[in-house]
Design a protein around this ligand. Structure first.
Ligand code: SF4
Length: 363
């Protein structure tokens, strides 16, 4: 199995190499080939000197993926299964909403949070992705779908992994996406999803990036939440909510609360009322996510009528709420299901995903 080499996508735009001192304009040209034109190999960068291209090829990889598999869905979304250069696998989903191409990307192989309803959680933790592997998921989608990378409008860091536990790589990737010589995306169109790590949320607030922060609460009380997210005992709900107040006090935007609806677990009207009380005083939008069942999950989806009743309790209380139906159900459903299925349905059996490593602490 190949060991990963440094990728040009790992580098800050300002740290891209130049052939010799005083040739800063070559850095700009290289960035244009990477992020404006979406060149897939160095040979295609014909405005760069051939000798320098060979030098770059000796030192860096461009495409960090050994194999890319596409799984188009009837609803026009496309799931991507990436085999990385060390044989590990991760996923992304391309959603071609009219006029606003969106990609859901991963920050890890597997995930240490272990949410009980999530196929990625069942895979365990593989490893952190590098900055380049996160950045390049967008480039790979553009390459394979056949459009220029800057046509992408929205990114959601909501695939495999807890992005705030791979902090440097995730924030580095975001900095490449928003850099005017990178993908020149608006940070307002980037959503970072977290299971709720108070110290990391406060650190993120200090970055003063106008991102959309999405927090996966899934329950309004500790007991129910621990049933859904067994690792949730690391942080009290009150502390998570306090960190969201801090986020907004430092200029952070409205928070999106992710709430996966699980039949008989967290979907009663009384729980909707408790959620209203928990979120009082915060600017939030609640996304109710009907559960997308997968074999072995042990949960069932809340019936549509009960989802609507839950939604009504929230909206009557003045909480902005919507129901989000997931895309790509026929191609592997929610995140992690492709990798799980590709590994023969077994959990971390070494086929698609090596045995889990010691997971990073959620504290
Ligand atoms: S839902 Fe998100 S945080 Fe939870 S295990 Fe899955 S990928 Fe990790």
């Amino acid at each position: 199995m190949e060991e990963p080499r440094p990728s040009l996508f790992d580098l800050d735009l300002e740290a891209l190499p130049v052939p010799s001192p005083g040739q800063g304009y070559r850095r700009r040209q290289l960035a244009e080939w990477l992020y404006l034109h979406g060149a897939r190999d160095l040979e295609a960068m014909t405005s760069l000197p051939a000798a320098w291209r060979r030098e770059l090829a000796d030192g860096y990889d461009l495409d960090p993926f050994a194999l890319v598999r596409r799984f188009p869905s009837w609803d026009h979304s496309v799931r991507y299964l990436f085999t990385l250069r060390d044989g590990q696998r991760t996923e992304a989903v391309y959603m071609p909403y009219a006029g606003r191409k969106t990609v859901c990307v991963s920050s890890m192989v597997g995930c240490p949070a272990g949410c009980a309803f999530c196929a990625t959680g069942a895979l365990g933790f593989g490893r952190n992705l590098t900055r380049g592997e996160i950045v390049a998921q967008l480039l790979a989608v553009a390459w394979h779908e056949g459009f220029a990378p800057r046509e992408l409008r929205n990114v959601v860091l909501m695939g495999m992994g807890e992005a705030l536990l791979n902090y440097e790589a995730a924030i580095g990737a975001i900095r490449t996406w928003i850099h005017p010589h990178g993908l020149a995306m608006s940070p307002r169109r980037i959503t970072l999803s977290t299971v709720g790590l108070p110290s990391r949320i406060r650190r993120l607030a200090e970055e003063r990036l106008p991102l959309v922060l999405a927090v996966s609460l899934h329950a309004p009380d500790e007991e129910t939440r621990r049933r859904i997210i067994p690792t949730a005992h690391a942080h009290a709900l009150a502390d998570i909510v306090a960190s969201l107040h801090d986020w907004q006090a430092l200029g952070g935007r409205r928070v999106t609360v992710e709430y996966t609806m699980l039949d008989g677990v967290n979907d009663r009207p009384a729980q909707a009322e408790a959620l209203v009380r928990l979120l009082a005083g915060l600017r939030v939008h609640v996304n109710l996510i009907p559960f997308n069942p997968w074999p072995g999950s042990g949960f069932a989806a809340t019936p549509r009528g009960a989802v609507r009743t839950f939604e009504e309790v929230l909206t009557r209380a003045g909480v902005s709420t919507s129901v989000r139906f997931s895309r790509g159900r026929d191609t592997g459903g929610a995140c992690g299901q492709l990798a799980l299925r590709d590994a023969g349905g077994a959990v971390a059996d070494g086929v698609g995903h090596r045995a889990p490593r010691a997971a990073p602490s959620l504290t």
